[in-house]
Write a new protein. Sequence first.
Length: 186
Amino acid sequence: MIIDEQIVKDCIAGKRQAQRLLFETFAPLMLGVCSRYCRDRDEAEDVLQEAFIKVFQNLHSFRGEGSLAGWIKRVIVNHAINYINKRNRMVRHEKIDEINETEIIKLNEPVEFPDEYNPALLLKLIQELPAGYRTVFNMHVFEDYGHKEIAETLGISENTSKTQLFKARRWLRNKIEETRQKKNSK
């Protein structure tokens, strides 16, 4: 279903049928975005509901520059980040120089997923990441934020952002390797 300009105007005017149509059109995709930031589906659904309230409250500010889906995603991501940031302040602020130098070299290497890797399992692993790791990982990998922007958004240092990303990647690599070993031992 394509959302046209009239539907957006009707949503701004508070017409429930248009709002329902907009929500039903974008909610499945945006639930996936929320799921990456949250620990489980229930929390993701809560964040999605709260974020869509913000979408409707701020839809008048959508200028038509870029896609509506992109604008909605930005609102959803910002709300998810704020929700996670309020709920789970990052308490461990290790400095990047506390990590072994050979590990730092691997900092920018992508996490390699086998071709046959199940996307649902990958989402489950991302959800299992500690909150700080998960938030930075999502912002950097999926939303393409730089470390400076992540640091400013979360109120942490750039080094903390780099450390959290490094540890998230290392954690995911270890879990993927554990999964491979379990699969191969069967």
